[in-house]
Design a protein around this ligand. Structure first.
Ligand SMILES: C[S@@+](CC[C@H](N)C(=O)[O-])C[C@H]1O[C@@H](n2cnc3c(N)ncnc32)[C@H](O)[C@@H]1O
Ligand code: SF4
Length: 407
């Protein structure tokens, strides 16, 4: 079935008949290892078009937050940016916009939505209804939260609504570090989030459920890089399933980003951290390996120039909705179009989006274009890309399957 569809799509393509034959042979061969959705995505990369929706969609829920984490891009008091005004903070997704967006993602066969954004998703009064809506559409759902509002009532509702994964951003292993990184945290805040996550873990077990998987996010910076082992102990204590370490990046807070010595120490400790995690049956997400291996301590960047050397494939795998601005090409602020009076499916399938995805795929800075918000499609943001793992994976597949020569 899928090979017939690929055949049809190739018939209307730029390829010669010999190239088409070769491509069909490749796709027949790899169809045993890849899902239909992935085959269509790989074909899209080669043909320079989108034949299916993004694999992942980052959906911003609210700009407002109940915290001011010191390292946060949007709410840090020490790195505050005038563009994040009180008016901006009040913005949150409207339920009708949300439902149309999810309907489109369902139609486009998007596999996974993540609720996160510039603020705290649990602040939105309709958050449970939104979780429920995504799950009733059969899409995998991840929710990012600082876990402060994750009380017993919310925990029960999220388990009952079949949320798949909850990412709790903590970035500390003890109350002292927590308070340093979350000023002006009230006295019992750390105990509250600890109690919240423990309850969630116990409640899901009581319901005989394994979901939501609980993943602790530790944003690694100069105040907590030496606590990684302790973080594993804390994750076990609260009943988490996994930890995601990610390097802090905020150009306005250079003193909080790791320097060379701190990176070396963190890296040296990683094997011990992984061993302890294994003993406790806690998964360490793979992402940290790339970040730590390619980290540049002068700029705090990673995967520098990857897009120029190997390409960016976010145009096929990823898209984001920013509450204040609309649809963005990637997790950075690169606005393709507003969602006011427009449907996502039309934006995603537009010539404009296609042009951008081909320029990014080719890392073609000569054809670089300005986005609606004035930012460039390819810029310095690409040197600390949030999609490094999916870009690497896509490139490796294209190379292994012999598809690079068709691009
Ligand atoms: C902006 S927050 C929004 C969702 C929610 N409020 C939370 O904290 O999970 C999304 C994620 O970005 C992370 N984050 C914020 N600032 C960061 C930075 N400067 N570097 C790396 N990660 C950061 C947070 O820890 C969180 O995991
Ligand atoms: S909880 Fe999330 S959005 Fe709020 S300040 Fe912290 S990192 Fe930023």
């Amino acid at each position: 079935m899928i090979i017939n569809k690929i055949n049809q799509l190739l018939n209307n393509s730029k390829f010669s008949s010999d190239e088409r034959k070769e491509l069909i042979e490749i796709f027949k061969r790899i169809s045993y290892d890849e899902s239909e959705e992935e085959l269509l995505r790989l074909l899209g990369i080669v043909a320079g078009k989108a034949f299916i929706g993004p694999a992942y969609f980052h959906l911003d829920i609210s700009n407002n937050c109940n915290m001011n984490c010191s390292y946060c891009w949007f709410h840090s008091k020490t790195a505050s940016d005038r563009k994040y005004t009180d008016k901006w903070k009040k913005q949150q997704i409207k339920l009708n916009v949300f439902k149309k967006l999810v309907d489109d993602l369902h139609e486009l066969k998007t596999g996974l939505i993540l609720f996160s954004g510039a603020g705290e998703p649990l602040i939105h009064p309709k958050i449970i209804e939104m979780v429920d809506y995504v799950k009733r559409n059969g899409i995998i759902l991840q929710l990012f939260t600082n876990a402060l509002l994750l009380d017993e009532n919310y925990a029960k509702k999220l388990v009952d609504a079949n949320l798949d994964e909850i990412y709790c951003s903590i970035s500390a292993a003890n109350i002292n570090t927590y308070r340093k990184l979350h000023p002006p945290s009230r006295k019992n805040e750390f105990e509250t989030i600890e109690r919240n996550i423990m309850f969630l873990s116990k409640y899901k077990k009581k319901q005989n459920k394994t979901n939501p998987k609980i993943i602790i996010i530790e944003v690694i910076n100069s105040l907590n890089y030496d606590e990684a082992l302790e973080m594993v102990g804390w994750a076990k204590k609260v009943g988490a399933n996994a930890i995601r370490f990610q390097l802090m990046h905020n150009i306005k807070l250079k003193h909080l980003m790791l320097n060379q010595k701190e990176r070396e120490e963190f890296k040296k400790n990683l094997d011990k951290v992984k061993n302890l995690a294994k003993k406790y049956n806690i998964k360490i997400q793979e992402n940290i390996n790339v970040q730590i291996e390619t980290f540049d301590s002068k700029s705090g960047d990673w995967e520098i120039d990857f897009y120029k050397k190997k390409g960016c494939f976010a145009g096929w795998y990823f898209s984001r909705y920013w509450v204040s601005d609309g649809i963005s090409f990637c997790c950075a602020h690169k606005i393709v179009d507003s969602l006011e009076n427009k449907r996502f499916k039309n934006i995603w399938n537009s010539d404009k989006y296609n042009k951008m995805r081909v320029i990014a795929r080719d890392g073609n800075v000569k054809r670089n274009i300005k986005m609606v918000d004035g930012n460039s499609l390819l810029d310095e943001e690409c040197n600390h890309c949030g999609n490094y793992d999916l870009n690497r994976a896509a490139y490796e597949k294209l190379k292994t399957y012999g598809l690079l020569k068709f691009i």
